[in-house]
Design a protein around this ligand. Structure first.
Ligand code: C2E
Ligand code: CA
Ligand code: CA
Length: 268
């Protein structure tokens, strides 16, 4: 059901999309072995005159329900790739992670569209990772063909929010993922709750066992960082490392983080 408020929001969102008033911010994901930036995750932002800052958890589902998810995805890919090309040109070595709604994967030509956009912007598709969560319409297993096509093109696939929702161990085994992102619910609790710590440790071990890398999201404290390092987690992301950043703040953050990483003394 869509109520009146939703219709107003939908209308506002459509206008923001058409008039290029959405923007992307980028949250660094760093290696827990080297401290180096691995890639940045693009996250969409909508600051509206009337509605204020509307979170993506509010408007992405609305876009999915009302046929606006493909235009949002296309806008996002072009915007993020253009920015990524500028970082490459400035000598910033980074990959890119991009959130894809499962609905966008239903189009069989979607993998070709993504590689065409990579070629258009001159960005390295083998450093692109698509982050997927279970969609409202069908389980990811129905999208096997499309997912396999991405892997053939060298594009990475991450299962997002692992441990919540509909993500299952079966999907990890059956689908061609390259990365597991452990939901921040478990990461937040891990230093103080043995159950959550056990889940995080087990998911990291399982990921490694089947050849995937493990990312912990929502890392906010030194205690979480150190615990994750002891658990052999590969990649970390969260406010402790960086908030999602406007594109022109990435270079400055890299300098700041390299000295912060040394101070942390992880891996010494
Ligand atoms: P997600 O992919 O799980 O993204 C991570 C969310 O956690 C982001 O919220 C990020 O700002 C937030 N976050 C990062 N580090 C921390 C931390 O240390 N602590 C806490 N408490 N939060 C942290 P955001 O930007 O509101 O995005 C929410 C969700 O909206 C995303 O979850 C993603 O599923 C979806 N989304 C965002 N941008 C896009 C997009 O361009 N396209 C699509 N299809 N979905 C998007
Ligand atoms: Ca994500
Ligand atoms: Ca997530």
């Amino acid at each position: 059901m869509t109520d009146t408020l939703d219709l107003g929001l939908l209308d506002g969102f459509e206008r923001a999309l058409i008039n290029d008033r959405l923007r992307l911010v980028y949250q660094p994901k760093v290696s827990l072995r080297t401290g180096k930036l691995v890639r940045v995750e693009a996250l969409v932002r909508w600051d509206d005159e009337k509605f204020g800052a509307v979170p993506p958890s509010r408007f992405v589902p609305l876009a999915e329900r009302h046929g606006l998810i493909d235009p949002l995805t296309h806008w996002g890919l072009d915007t993020a790739f253009a920015e990524w090309a500028r970082w490459c040109a400035a000598g910033i070595d980074t990959g890119l992670a991009f959130n894809i709604s499962a609905m966008s994967l239903e189009a069989l030509d979607f993998p070709d569209l993504v590689t065409a956009k990579c070629a258009k912007h001159g960005v390295p598709s083998d450093h692109l990772v698509l982050e997927l969560t279970e969609g409202a319409t069908q389980p990811l297993t129905n999208l096997m063909d499309t997912l396999t096509r991405f892997r053939i093109k060298g594009i990475g696939l991450a299962i997002d929010d692992f441990g919540t929702g509909y993500s299952t161990l079966m999907q990890l085994r059956q689908l061609p993922f390259t990365e597991v992102k452990i939901d921040r619910f478990f990461v937040t609790d891990a230093p103080d709750h043995r159950d959550s710590a056990a889940v995080v440790r087990a998911v990291i071990a399982l990921a490694h066992e089947i050849g995937l890398s493990a990312t912990a999201e929502g890392v906010e404290t030194d205690a979480q960082l150190k615990l994750l390092a002891a658990m052999d987690c590969d990649i970390v992301q969260g406010y402790r490392i960086a908030r999602p950043l406007p594109p022109d703040e990435l270079a400055g953050w890299i300098d700041w983080w390299s000295s912060d990483w040394k101070r942390l003394g992880i891996g010494d």
